[in-house]
Design a protein around this ligand. Structure first.
Ligand code: GTP
Ligand code: MG
Length: 255
């Protein structure tokens, strides 16, 4: 009996986030070890890359470079998606079917989120990504639940003097997401969607990100649905050259 060899599923990382954050710049740096000139993306792009020397995949912590298993474990796929508001269907489609996705890298311009309208625009997109992960987790019928998908918020462009440091990027985004979920809930109530078909409050509950109740939103609430959120800083161009160390280490931990 001949059986087709099942192609081994490559671990995949999704690059998501608003336009101009630096997703494609990160992809070119990881692929070519140099940042090329980028233009706003209009289509998704998948590349196979190798974790640079000096980073150890978590699964190979006890193996040495040169060991074939170690070398295999360093390979992964990076999927770049367009951030423009009209082109997010590509990212949404991958989120809806996240087979082999080991992590989501949400790339943020740390200067853009320092004030409005950048902060709210970024928080709305991040809210929707986290809500998609939450729905995926709560809609699974098995007791085991789907595989956990961690999120890295890459606070990029720290070379800019207007950029917020990562801990403030985190706080600002948490506060802004808190606002987003309030206004979304109000929108649902006003439209009467939650009252349709007699299932009072059901939609509203389903569309509510994180813990219910009076408390404010913070990223640790995502752990409940299997998503650890980390906020780590870096820059791809400018400054004293690119610094993507924290992000590559995060990727290595998921491999
Ligand atoms: P879309 O494709 O529109 O979703 O945007 P993107 O997230 O792919 O952004 P892209 O990688 O094209 O980067 C946008 C702009 O930011 C480019 O002009 C980059 O050169 C610039 N950029 C990226 N990273 C950095 C950084 O660390 N510092 C500075 N100063 N500029 C950066
Ligand atoms: Mg791009």
């Amino acid at each position: 009996v001949y059986r087709k060899a099942t192609p081994t599923a490559q671990p995949t990382f999704l690059l998501i986030g608003p336009s101009g954050g630096g997703k494609t710049a990160f992809l070119t740096l990881t692929e070519r070890k140099a940042v090329a000139q980028t233009h706003t993306s209009t289509a998704p792009l998948t590349v196979e890359v190798t974790l640079p020397d000096g980073y150890t995949p978590n699964s190979s912590a006890f193996r040495s470079p040169g060991d074939p298993a170690f070398e295999r474990a360093r390979r992964f796929l990076l999927v770049d998606t367009p951030g423009h508001g009209k082109l997010r269907r590509f990212a949404t489609a991958r989120l809806a079917n996240p087979a082999n996705v080991r992590g989501i890298i949400f790339v943020v311009d740390a200067a853009f989120v320092a004030e409005e309208p950048g902060l709210n625009a970024t928080a709305e997109y991040l809210h929707d990504v986290l809500l998609a992960l939450q729905k995926r987790s709560s809609s699974t019928k098995t007791t085991k639940g789907p595989k956990e998908i961690p999120v890295l918020i890459a606070a990029n462009k720290l070379d800019l003097f207007t950029a917020l440091p990562p801990h403030l990027v985190k706080l600002q985004l948490e506060k802004a997401i808190n606002q987003v979920r309030k206004s979304r809930a109000k929108g649902l109530r006003d439209s009467g969607a939650a009252l349709a078909e007699g299932d009072e409050g059901l939609d509203e509950e389903r569309e509510w990100l994180g813990e219910g109740g009076e408390g404010d939103f913070d990223f640790t609430q995502m752990e409940e649905v299997g998503t650890a959120v980390s906020v780590l800083g870096g820059n791809l161009i400018g400054g004293k050259g690119s610094d993507a160390k924290a992000w590559l280490e995060w990727i290595a931990e998921q491999l």
